[in-house]
Design a protein around this ligand. Structure first.
Ligand SMILES: Cc1cc2nc3c(=O)[nH]c(=O)nc-3n(C[C@H](O)[C@H](O)[C@H](O)COP(=O)(O)OP(=O)(O)OC[C@H]3O[C@@H](n4cnc5c(N)ncnc54)[C@H](O)[C@@H]3O)c2cc1C
Length: 395
């Protein structure tokens, strides 16, 4: 959406495609063909967001303040960085849920950090956030932006280099974003959902082998509804299946070990060293720049240097943006399925809700098992090859 932010005549707007993802639309009657949109687009202009080398520094870490850490998707690294920036008069930009959609806001209020914290497992809309960040930077304010790697790349291309001095960018490790239509179909199914308050739960502890999704929403009477006891749901299980991602997520151009962002944050999957810290969450952190290292040092974060292998060997998505699932028939038929299938059928296909096994669904269940195994096999093979090329000592 850098193009929409930069367009001098507002010829570019967004629209929803039939698979539920948002894209751009150009009004040819208004467009003056100045080319600004193409120059700022990190995909069209072909600028590389990073490279697969071992030039960055790797840490395990967590926020030292318990409330910030508890609210964080992993261990509240963003929350701790944001608190420091706001305490010194700066602004932070991050993603929040509003009216069942995920969008970026910029704020200098502590209470908004809480809304930004936590993973929103759906596509986020940058809207006009790049313009708003530019305006704060031109007032001489410090700004922290945390979001998806593609959105950080968009921001960096949009901003002139001279304006980046007071800006710190943090990207999250991202395995792809699911279609916002999953939220729409789930809302129609339950009938009383007003907004989502959480997608992921740490109440029974973070685990280095994975975590529990937990969809909590506010209903029309303002009650909090916890859906975790109700079996699978199309929102979080749909996200986990990775069959409704944006097509670009299956060939992500922003997955690298060394990036233009200042910091990359994610889960330290597979950790065995900080067992006493697991319950509250342990982050894997990559510092790509001096500014990133300074930000970590100034914020309330406990840091432990680790070898790159500790993070990379358990989190291939950091450097492998490719996935074969984009070619699966389920993904190809997503637009049709979203508009014609019942909620229960959608949940079976896109949320893998295959139990109890019904006779009619047996061929599909077999296909699902085999196709997911194949995707996993290819992912591991490519991950190992890339690790070897990167120069990792372990694969
Ligand atoms: C779509 C998605 C895919 C992910 N895939 C992986 C993965 O493959 N491997 C892995 O290790 N971790 C993954 N994560 C988890 C992510 O790594 C954690 O959110 C990250 O560790 C931050 O944790 P924290 O506790 O430090 O941050 P918190 O303090 O909880 O802050 C979370 C930050 O993430 C941003 N954010 C949350 N959701 C979105 C969104 N939809 N769009 C843009 N920004 C958002 C918020 O703005 C906030 O700045 C994914 C998260 C998302 C949202």
């Amino acid at each position: 959406m850098g193009c929409m932010n930069v367009c001098p005549v507002q010829a570019i707007t967004t629209e929803y495609y039939s698979d539920g993802h948002r894209g751009i639309s150009v009004n040819p009657d208004v467009c003056i063909e100045c080319g600004a949109c193409e120059r700022v687009c990190p995909v069209v202009n072909g600028s590389a967001y990073g490279k697969n080398t071992l030039d960055s520094e790797y840490y395990a870490g967590w926020a030292t303040k318990q409330d910030i850490r508890r609210r964080g998707a992993t261990s509240g690294i963003f929350g701790a960085l944001a608190e420091r920036v706001i305490s010194e008069g700066g602004y932070v930009a991050g993603a929040v849920m509003e009216e069942m959609a995920c969008r970026y806001i910029i704020s200098n209020k502590y209470e908004d950090i809480e809304r930004m914290q936590g993973s929103k497992y759906t596509s986020s809309d940058p809207g006009c956030i790049y313009k708003e960040i530019r305006s704060k930077l031109s007032e001489g304010r410090e700004v922290l932006f945390c979001g998806l790697p593609c959105h950080v790349a968009g921001l960096l291309e949009y901003l002139p280099a001279r304006m980046r001095e007071n800006l710190t960018t943090v990207d999250i490790i991202c395995g792809g974003v699911s279609s916002p239509s999953l939220i729409r179909r789930y809302a129609e199914h339950v009938g009383d959902m007003e907004d989502i308050i959480s997608f992921r739960d740490k109440s029974s502890g973070w685990k280095p082998t994975g975590f529990r999704y937990s969809l909590k929403y506010i209903d029309k009477d303002s009650n909090v509804v916890d859906t975790s006891a109700k079996g699978r749901n199309l929102i979080t299980d749909g996200f986990a299946c990775e069959l409704t991602d944006r097509y670009s997520c299956y060939d992500c151009r922003f997955s690298f070990t060394h990036r233009k962002s200042d910091l990359t944050i994610g889960d330290l999957w597979g950790d065995t060293e900080f067992k006493d810290q697991h319950f509250n969450g342990v982050s894997g952190i990559i510092a790509h720049s001096e500014k990133g290292r300074e930000q970590l040092a100034k914020a309330g974060i406990e840091l432990h240097p680790i070898t790159p292998e500790r993070l990379l060997c358990n989190n291939y998505r950091i450097f492998n943006g490719k996935s074969i699932k984009g070619r699966f028939p389920e993904r190809r038929w997503l637009a049709y399925a979203l508009h014609h299938l019942s909620y229960d059928s959608l949940l079976k296909i896109y949320g893998s809700d295959l139990k109890p096994i019904r006779l009619l669904w047996i061929p599909f269940t077999v296909y699902r098992l085999l196709s997911f195994r194949f995707a996993e096999f290819l992912n591991k093979r490519r991950g190992k090859q890339l690790l070897k090329q990167i120069g990792s000592k372990k694969y």
